[in-house]
Structure formats: C-alpha cells, structure tokens
Design a protein. Structure first.
Length: 321
C-alpha cells in the first residue's frame, strides 16, 4: 500500500467521527473496533510473525487495566503514568510466561498460555481488597482533561484509540521489516533451520513476546478509560479477550499489517450488529449467526481476508480474439 493511500485512509478515519453523534452507538462500536485492531496488531507480532499461537494475551491486557486503575484510585496518578507502568509490567509478565513455555509449539503452547491467563483471572477474583474481586472495579471520576484521559463525548477517545492503532501498527511494521522480523519469520518457517544458521531462537521469541505483552498491557489501560468499569472475568476472559484478539488477525490475515485492522473492522461491527438485531429474537441466536458468518469467512479463505486481494491476479485472462 502506497504512502498516499495510507495518508488518505488515516485522514478519512480521523474525520469520520465528525459526522457521527458524539455520544452515539456508532462511534462506540468504531472505537471498540480500533481498540481490537490495535490488540490484534500487538498479538500479530508473536502470532503472525513467529507463528506462536498465544491464547493468553488477556493476562497482559488485564494487568494493564488493573495496574493503571489501581494507581489512579490509590495515589491519584494520571493514566498516562499508569500506561508507562503497564508497559513495564506487561513486558515482565510476558517474559515470565515465555521462559517456561517458549520451547512448546502448536496447541501445547496455546494451552500453556491460555492457562496463564486463567491464573491471572483467578488471582484477580480472589484479591478483592486490591482488585475489587468479582464485583469489579471502577475508574474514579475526576476533572475533564487530557492529563487524566477524561473527555466530553466519544470523539476524543476515538482519536486516542486511532492514535494507539497507528503507533502499534508502526511498531509492527518496523519489526516486520527489520532484523527481528526476518529472524521471527525464520523461526516460523523452520525453527531447526533457523538455529542451524545461527538464530538465537529463544532470545528472538522472548523479545517478540515482551514487546507484544507490553503493547497489550498499554492497550488495557486505554480500555479501562474507555469502559470506566471492568471485572476479572471481562479483562482476563479467554473468549472475550484472548480468543477475540487472535481472531482479528486470523480473520484479516496473520503476518500482515492490514490484516488485524481489516479483521477488527469486520468482526466487531458484525458482532455488535448480531447482538443488537437478534439477541431479543431467541436465546443464543445472535451468537449462532455470528459464529456461522465467521466460519464461512474462514472456509472462503483460510489464510485470511487479505489473501483475497490476489484473487483477481490468479484469474486467467481471456484470450484475445
């Protein structure tokens, strides 16, 4: 994609909320889509470039959300400072999880990371004096302003999520085009061959995991400021966070910068539309329709929707008369 097209897309995305109701449902859905696009991009660093199918990113997401909110409640710290703390904690948590699991592959790695996310959920549920336990925790209300991430209307938080997506995508692209990206792709293709040519596979996977975990934790801070209330089952949820994050990249196309963005812009509005239109018709109908559409997408193009851009290139041209 050319720089001109990227700039045009960013301009259109930045101007889009000006035509929407500031407190409306549409801007809420779009903001949520931008958040999960950024989360899918952060996951894409390990899941797309290194083919490490993590199902434990909810652990980092929840750590970031709780860290910034607790610091704001206990000490009155700005969420921006909490975001810095979340980056550090997310990276450290990713390192602690990666060290014992990095030699696992495939479904064994996925199950091990999933278990780590579940452990964090149980800890948050039992540490009620700190986290609020199952009752959840609320972001304290305060004066409006950028310093405390407190805005009037939905447009500023939309632009904040858009900026976060741009930053995370830029980091992904720098990694993908750099030496670390080449090493990660070597690990993805053949780990034995990568080690034979001198790639320190353990170090490479650890670096990718720490970057991905830190970014995911930072996005957890933005989610807390966007939603104002959350509980352990929400931010540490397997289906609601871990699987959902991976789904963005898988549906759109893993290993590509545009894949998680395309996936989120399709999956999140589809999910919200199914819930709004069908949830009152019959129990479970919205989830059934939503799941059926996702299955159809995967069956049409298992490599992700980004692979469809080559469809017309593969079609044979008619012979000229």
């Amino acid at each position: 994609m050319s720089r001109a097209l990227v700039a045009l897309a960013l301009l259109a995305a930045g101007l889009l909320p000006l035509g929407l109701e500031a407190e409306g449902y549409a801007i809420h859905v779009l903001t949520l889509a931008l958040l999960f696009a950024a989360l899918g991009q952060a996951w894409n660093i390990v899941g797309g470039l290194a083919n490490q199918m993590s199902l434990g990113h909810a652990a980092f997401f929840g750590i970031g959300a709780y860290a910034a909110t607790i610091l704001q409640i206990r000490f009155g710290l700005s969420p921006w400072l909490g975001l810095g703390v979340a980056l550090v904690l997310g990276g450290l948590a990713a390192a602690l999880i990666s060290l014992p699991t990095m030699r696992l592959r495939g479904h064994y790695f996925a199950l091990a990371t999933l278990a780590c996310g579940e452990v964090m959920r149980v800890i948050a549920n039992t540490a009620a004096p700190l986290t609020g336990g199952p009752a959840g925790i609320s972001v304290p209300f305060g004066a409006e302003g950028v310093w405390m991430m407190r805005f009037e209307g939905g447009r500023p938080i939309y632009w904040l999520m858009l900026g976060a997506l741009v930053v995370v995508t830029a980091i992904f692209e720098v990694i993908r085009r750099g030496a670390l990206g080449y090493r990660l792709r070597a690990v993805r293709e053949n780990i034995a061959a990568a080690e034979a040519i001198g790639v320190d596979t353990a170090r490479v996977k650890l670096q990718a995991a720490m970057i991905s975990g830190a970014l995911t934790a930072a996005l957890g801070v933005l989610y807390a400021q966007f939603n104002f209330f959350f509980d352990p089952d929400t931010v540490f949820g397997v289906a609601s966070i871990s699987v959902r994050i991976a789904l963005m990249a898988i549906i759109g196309g893993i290993g590509t910068a545009a894949g998680p963005i395309l996936g989120a812009l399709i999956v999140i509005p589809l999910e919200e539309f199914a819930n709004a239109a069908l949830s009152d018709r019959a129990a479970g109908l919205s989830q059934l329709v939503y799941g059926a559409v996702l299955i159809a997408m995967v069956l049409v193009e298992p490599r992700g929707l980004m692979a469809l851009r080559h469809f017309w290139q593969r079609r044979p041209r008619r012979a000229s008369a």
